[in-house]
Design a protein around this ligand. Structure first.
Ligand code: DX5
Ligand code: ZN
Length: 220
């Protein structure tokens, strides 16, 4: 398995020197940056919105991977698209009309993503799997960095991978929360394509060496 994508989450960056921290992602040879948008309602934390992303867009050519942890995300999809996100991922639990929200993302020509929290079953996503470019499995409860990986997430990834192979779906499988060099191998064996890493990346002594180790362990 080649071409592991690592998507460092700026939730663990220093917002007072955000451009420098985002440059460190590029310098470390990661290709994506994960943007955790939180509204204080869907999750017990608040981060940033489209204006912040729009401003950051001028400073980076990374793939902007937006993870919207906000209620009624359909209200803001156009704003996030205009801000320059490349992929927009909404939560299954955050809208009454998941299919409509996904169609709205598709209409912006951005990559369409759906995410589930640890207590939500993959089975609930089956009707929309043919519509999405990315499925993001949360392996911690959303809201904060630095939490412990929930092991049964691996079963969800295996199930999604099986569904993908059996049906010829094209989505990337992404996992978010508690990921580092110690569990990347297991995640890849389960069928993951993209991993988010926040505290492990920004806490690493040598960020480039950290990403290299993720690729070394994850590409086999
Ligand atoms: C949590 C966020 C994650 C978070 C991951 O709600 O969605 O993207 O930044 O952080 P770590 O890698 O520290 O678990
Ligand atoms: Zn995230």
């Amino acid at each position: 398995m080649n071409n592991l994508i690592v998507s460092p989450s700026i939730l663990s960056a220093d917002f007072s020197k955000i451009v420098e921290d985002v440059k460190s992602i590029e310098n470390a040879n990661a290709k994506w940056v994960h943007l955790d948008v939180m509204d204080g309602i869907f999750v017990p934390n608040i981060t940033f919105g489209p204006k912040f992303i729009k401003d950051l867009r001028k400073h980076s050519n990374l793939y902007f991977d937006a993870h919207l942890m906000i209620e009624n995300p359909e209200k803001y999809i156009d704003e996030f698209a205009k801000a320059g996100c490349d992929g927009i991922c909404v939560h299954y639990e955050a809208t009454k009309h998941v299919h409509r929200a996904l169609q709205m993302i598709k209409a912006t020509k951005k990559d369409v993503g759906i995410s589930i929290t640890p207590a939500t079953s993959v089975d609930l996503l089956i009707p929309v799997l043919s519509e999405v470019d990315q499925v993001l499995i949360m392996s911690v409860n959303p809201g904060f960095g630095g939490q412990t990986f929930i092991d049964y997430s691996l079963e969800k990834i295996k199930q999604l991978h099986k569904l993908k192979v059996e049906n010829g779906y094209k989505y990337k499988i992404n996992c978010d929360g508690g990921i580092s060099t110690h569990n990347i191998r297991k995640l890849r064996e389960a069928g993951i394509d993209v991993v988010v890493t926040g505290s492990a990346f920004f806490g690493a002594q040598d960020r480039e060496a950290f990403i290299k180790e993720m690729y070394d362990k994850g590409n086999f």
